[in-house]
Design a protein around this ligand. Structure first.
Ligand code: ADP
Length: 160
């Protein structure tokens, strides 16, 4: 049987418990899971790509089938490069839907063989986003319910 490979793309600026939930649940369903940090041209980054990768690697070290990458091109090209046919994205709220529909339609046009699958957020994490966590951290409030301790430490260092 061939190896099943999936890609979880995103900015991960920084990784949160919401991302980790999607990663954990997907890692159970595929032989290999590839987390890929992509630059999002409409978001200016807070953490460097290297910092984001380090924070992700620390967060997924309990999963031995997960590898962390970064890629400067199109997501479908990354999928081709590693031979993955599935993209996984998380869905939090209706507000995510429109953007995700555009993204998926574009990726499908660019490469018909790559399928995008959506995973509903766990209700505990539906309100968590990297940007909200950064806003909370910038006001020196407690972020321990939203990110793992090593990410909370990195946020504290970045903002305070
Ligand atoms: P992007 O800039 O590509 O949206 P993000 O890092 O914000 O990158 O998100 C990466 C993926 O993780 C997206 O599919 C997003 O919907 C999902 N995600 C982010 N936060 C959560 C959350 N709290 N629950 C479920 N999925 C999430």
């Amino acid at each position: 049987m061939s190896t099943t490979k999936a890609v979880i793309p995103g900015s991960f600026d920084p990784i949160t418990y919401g991302h980790i939930d999607i990663i954990d649940r997907s890692a159970n369903r595929f032989d290999e899971l590839h987390v890929c940090v992509l630059r999002n041209s409409s978001k200016s980054g807070t953490f460097s790509v290297e910092e984001r990768i380090e924070l992700i690697e620390e967060s997924v070290k309990h999963l031995d089938n997960v590898t962390v990458h970064h890629f400067n091109g199109l997501l479908v090209d990354f999928c081709n490069e590693i031979g993955a046919e599935t993209i996984i994205r998380g869905l939090r709220a209706v507000s995510d839907f429109e953007y995700e529909l555009r993204l998926t339609s574009m990726n499908k046009k660019l490469n018909h063989d790559v399928e995008t699958m959506y995973m509903m957020t766990s209700t505990n994490y539906s309100f968590i986003s990297s940007s909200i966590v950064k806003e909370v951290a910038a006001y020196k409030a407690d972020v321990s319910n939203f990110v793992p301790p090593h990410v909370a430490k990195a946020l504290d260092k970045k903002f305070n």
